[in-house]
Ligand binder design. Structure first.
Ligand SMILES: [Zn+2]
Ligand SMILES: [Zn+2]
Ligand SMILES: [Zn+2]
Ligand SMILES: [Zn+2]
Length: 369
């Protein structure tokens, strides 16, 4: 954590040990910094106090590693690196992007599609589900039970992407009437992909989650490397496990409708004309969007509002979602169609060094227009 008044003229005098007694969400290096920040903090303090009351719910996961992955990281008693290292996943394959040891630039030069979980078959979803889904999944526990994965498997760290998409689709089915036609195609525009560009094999789980649809996803954002602009990816298998003799290594029959992806570099509002040549989206998904932090979102939001297509956003903590929601309503002049709610499929590994004392997770809170 940093002093909440850092970078406002007078330099900080030490570690931020003075916690705001009311909200307990921000901290200061000194009394003078606390006093000078009060005018700015006054308005948010009550709201943060309210959000701090929900901390236990946000940190709640059904996994055996819950303590290690949540409170211990928030309290600096462990790190994402040690969490991964204990499971022999540190800097391995798709997991390399789950800590900040290596910069994304190093990986940007690689276009190899990693198709392996680096987990044993017991811990991963590498083959078709034994039974099809009889009802909507509403939490990680239901997903793990359905896929017969024990709750000590860390695979949810990567499955946050397809499960968050699945959840966004479920929440918006009533608003996507065109999907109910005989063609059964779901066209998703996925805005601002980042590390998931190197974890796309995880999206193959949509084969199991939405078997009745042909899912096509256009991933568009500035983080798409130049040389991958326009790249098309067909996922007709699940990412494979580590066991040499597992069924996932057998040649499988070609699927009639694989999950298809296309990567596009640039801002959505700049690339929109190129993308819609293939058809209009049924749903827009913008994970970990940071709407309040990046001014480039304004033009994109204006475009989405004009298109009148359901759009779902996520952010790392409730306060970020709150700030994003204010931006959305000031640009669109409308209330949220999907009010801010906790995403049951948020990543169950805390983000380190958050500015606020609030727990932060990838894809933590969901809201939509
Ligand atoms: Zn300070
Ligand atoms: Zn406060
Ligand atoms: Zn690391
Ligand atoms: Zn396997």
């Amino acid at each position: 954590m940093e002093c909440a008044a850092k970078g406002r003229g007078i330099r900080c005098v030490g570690p931020p040990l003075r916690i705001c007694p009311r909200c307990k969400a921000v901290a200061y290096c000194s009394l003078s910094h606390q006093i000078s920040h009060w005018n700015d903090h006054r308005e948010e303090c009550e709201r943060l106090e309210e959000q701090m009351r929900n901390v236990d719910i946000v940190n709640e996961f059904p996994f055996t590693f819950r303590e290690e992955a949540t409170t211990q990281i928030c309290e600096n008693k462990g790190s994402r690196c040690t969490f991964l290292a204990r499971r022999n996943l540190h800097q391995i394959g798709m997991w390399s992007h789950e800590c900040s040891c290596r910069s994304l630039d190093v990986h940007a030069n690689l276009s190899v599609l990693i198709k392996c979980w680096n987990l044993s078959s017991m811990f991963a979803s590498c083959t078709d589900p034994v039974s099809s889904l009889s009802k909507q999944l509403s939490c990680w526990k239901e997903y793990y039970d359905w896929r017969s994965i024990p709750t000590d498997s860390p695979v949810a760290l990567l499955l946050q992407w397809p499960l968050t998409i699945y959840h966004a689709v479920q929440l918006n089915i009533p608003r996507m009437p065109n999907c109910e036609t005989s063609k059964q195609i779901i066209n998703i525009h996925y805005l601002g992909p980042d590390k998931e560009l190197f974890q796309v094999a995880a999206f193959g789980e949509l084969l199991a989650l939405l078997p009745q649809y042909h899912v096509h996803i256009d991933l568009v954002g500035p983080a798409v490397p130049e040389h991958r602009d326009g790249e098309r990816i067909n996922l007709d298998t699940f990412a494979c496990c580590d066991d040499g003799d597992c069924k996932c290594k057998m040649p499988n029959e070609t699927r009639s409708s694989p999950v298809t992806l296309q990567l596009l570099k640039g801002f959505y509002h700049d690339r929109f004309k190129d993308i819609v040549k293939d058809g209009f989206p049924h749903l827009i998904v913008a994970p970990n969007a940071g709407i309040a932090a990046y001014p480039s979102w304004k033009e994109t939001i204006e475009l989405i509002h004009l298109l009148n297509i359901p759009a779902v956003f996520t952010d790392f903590c409730e306060e970020a979602a709150h700030l994003a929601a204010s931006c959305l309503s000031s640009v669109t002049g409308c209330e949220l169609a999907l009010p801010i709610k906790l995403n049951p499929f948020r990543q169950p590994l805390a983000v380190e060094d958050s500015v606020l004392h609030l727990p932060c997770y990838s894809n933590c809170f969901m809201f939509g227009i």
